[in-house]
Ligand binder design. Sequence first.
Ligand code: PMT
Length: 223
Amino acid sequence: EQPQDLTGLRLLITAGRNNEPIDPVRFVTNRSTGKMGYALAEAAVKRGAQVTLVTGPSELAPPAGVTAIKVQTGLEMHDAVMAHVAAQDVIIGAAAVADYRPKLRHEQKLKKKDGPLVIEFERNPDILLEVGKQKRADQVLVGFAAETEQVLENARGKLERKHADLFVANDVSQTGAGFGTDTNIVTLVDRAGDTPLPLLSKREVADKILDRVLELRTREAGP
Ligand code: PMT
């Protein structure tokens, strides 16, 4: 029997990748499948939360009981999150948001030409940073850091820079961790310290993250 310990809480979770179009038939993307974010959404809903899942393209079906908002690009993900953030108690960024988008979206299919093709990219907004800057004291903000080197240092840097309460450090170079797998190996990084977790299913990782979110809410509320 699942404890209903998230009853009354509203969670917004981002999941998956973005497709950033070059022309009508091509886009730039990354390897995120949405498994981590969907596992979080499913775990939260089973524990009684009201869940909004802002998801990029994914093969997965949104878990029963969540409100799913489907987007393609980083800009669309940004707009969907910003439209719903004020109503949330907890915001979790599990999506691998595209950091860059092609500067031009060509109206017609690009034709082959002699010589190399150069595509110019411009920065997408940093959604988590923007949420962190306007976050209320009663809101808990959780980020993920997908890293291949200096994992904990980088996660701690992002925790501070993005004004988050918790970062999930994800060494995506380890077997069984990161993009596409059903399991993950993460360290929970917050202002009280680092908590390394063993190899777990993404669903188990999701429950550990939600446990920590509840602890952070209690800590925030004071004795
Ligand atoms: O979907 P799966 O296949 O299950 O894979 C899971 C995962 C590896 C994608 C996931 O566990 C993970 O690590 N997600 C974060 C990936 C990422 O983009 O990390 P980052 O270090 O580049 O970004 C740091 C944080 O800022 C993230 O919470 C990200 O959602 C957020 N961000 C990043 C860029 C941007 N423009 N806007 C953001 O909000």
